[in-house]
Ligand binder design. Structure first.
Ligand code: FAD
Length: 412
């Protein structure tokens, strides 16, 4: 997939300032694959690295201490242009090719989980919003989302069903409104979202038939947002339990047609998002390995640094190989997506492998740290908790295996 020509925006050669912060221009430049883009991209990569290793790391420590996101985090990420790297220039995005965006996402994944997830969601959800949007909705919904003026969150999972064709939240049409009843839970950003992209079904329908994608404003009458208990990782991020009781939403907030709800949830969005999760696993695993290597060099036991022990060397070799295998697998899937080839199975394979790889690598990295790695004062302890969440994002390992097996069995 290519995001084509510039939209007349500022020149991409506007580069970050010495502190690694994007100049207002640098954050806005578009990419069109020209020679000047290579230099601009390298500068952007340097800028992101400096941000991840500087201000973002300080924020991460603050989040772990206070249990909440510091004020202004969303605004800072938005103003630096980091929430619209992957969106097309025609929508106000930076128009980065997908693989170029993913290399940056690997860097962002080295931030605290709560910061990483903001970048990942905002750079992906525009695809769902845009999939079946009318021109009027594109202006009213998609562009303000890309610009970071409206926050929208993906709202599918329910307490009483699997996340798919058995969704139970219902809608019935009354004149120019839908009336919603049901529940959703574990919904990220529910404390700050302006709108919830809710997947539900027309009363009396079953399966994929009759499903709807509705944008529900947080102040919609009949919507109650209950904060959930803090999660194991990604601390500071609030998840919500949403209860709809005769909740009224204008028909003009429906994206696509009646019956197209699950298509909007999955088609065009899920494959790149799974590849994105895989890339974040590679980024986070790389940080875990760096910390483990650093510790192994410094820690002396029985008169020698751990790094001199063959057991530790074997682990480092295994971790580095695991990470590189994950990187090559997600790039394989990303290229298929970028070039318009079937990407569903490669994306599922990349997500499956990389989330398992991340578990293996973070477990060994913590082990190399010894007992001190188990304490909250240690970054690897936080990484270990954040990593566990990745296995639930965009479908569990079992769902990925089902996708892969379905295709393999169909071929046979
Ligand atoms: C921190 C966090 C944030 C989240 N944010 C959001 C969000 O913003 N929006 C949103 O919509 N959801 C969100 N989720 C929910 C997440 O997408 C789901 O947890 C995930 O898809 C699994 O669904 P479930 O929890 O309902 O598990 P279940 O469907 O109950 O499954 C339980 C286990 O059984 C396995 N399983 C289920 N069905 C089958 C089957 N047919 N065959 C074999 N195995 C099966 C699953 O793989 C899983 O391991 C979030 C979850 C977490 C942990």
């Amino acid at each position: 997939m290519s995001f084509g020509a510039r939209d007349g925006g500022p020149d991409v050669r506007d580069v970050p300032d010495a502190a690694g912060r994007a100049g207002a221009q640098g954050a806005l430049g578009a990419f069109d694959g020209g020679a000047s883009d290579a230099g601009a991209y390298a500068a952007l990569m340097d800028e992101v690295r400096a941000f991840v290793q500087g201000p973002a790391r300080a924020w991460g420590e603050q989040i772990e201490t206070t249990g909440r996101l510091p004020d202004g985090v969303w605004e800072e990420l938005r103003d630096r242009g980091y929430l619209r790297l992957a969106a097309p220039t025609a929508y106000g995005g930076r128009g980065l090719p997908f693989t170029a965006y993913l290399a940056l996402l690997e860097q962002f994944a080295q931030m605290h989980g709560s910061l990483r997830v903001i970048v990942h969601v905002c750079n992906g959800l525009w695809r769902s919003l845009d999939y079946a949007a009318t021109e009027a909705q594109r202006e009213r919904i998609v562009k303000p989302f890309v610009a970071g003026r409206r926050r929208v969150t993906f709202t599918l999972t329910e307490p009483d069903s699997g996340s798919g064709t058995d969704i139970r939240t219902t809608a019935r049409r009354e004149g120019d409104e839908y009336v919603l009843n049901g529940q959703k839970w574990m919904i990220i950003f529910s404390d700050v979202a302006d709108d919830f992209l809710v997947f539900c079904r027309l009363e009396g329908t079953r399966g994929a038939e009759g499903t709807l994608a509705l944008l529900v404003p947080r102040d919609a009458p009949g919507l109650e947002i209950r904060p959930m208990a803090p999660a194991m990782g990604v601390s500071g991020t609030q998840h919500g339990h949403l209860v709809f009781t005769d909740c009224r939403v204008p028909v003009s907030n429906r994206l696509g047609a009646e019956g197209q709800g699950l298509e909007i949830a999955f088609a065009g969005f899920l494959d790149p998002s799974r590849i994105g999760v895989a890339a974040t696993c590679v980024g986070l695993a790389s940080r875990a390995l760096d910390l483990a290597v650093d510790h192994a060099r410094r820690r002396i036991t029985f008169g020698k640094p751990l790094a001199k022990r063959q057991t530790i060397q074997m682990w480092v070799g295994e971790m580095a190989t695991d990470i590189e295998a994950g990187r090559q697998l997600y790039l394989h899937a990303a290229r298929a997506f970028e070039e318009g080839r079937p990407a569903t199975v490669p994306a599922a394979m990349a997500k499956l492998f990389c989330t398992d790889m991340l578990q293996r690598v973070t477990d060994k990295a913590l082990q190399i740290h010894g007992g001190i790695g188990y304490f909250r004062s240690s970054e690897i302890e936080r990484i270990y908790r954040d990593a566990r969440m990745q296995r639930f994002e965009e479908g569990t390992a079992e769902i990925q295996k089902m996708v892969i097996a379905r295709e393999r069995l169909r071929k046979t």
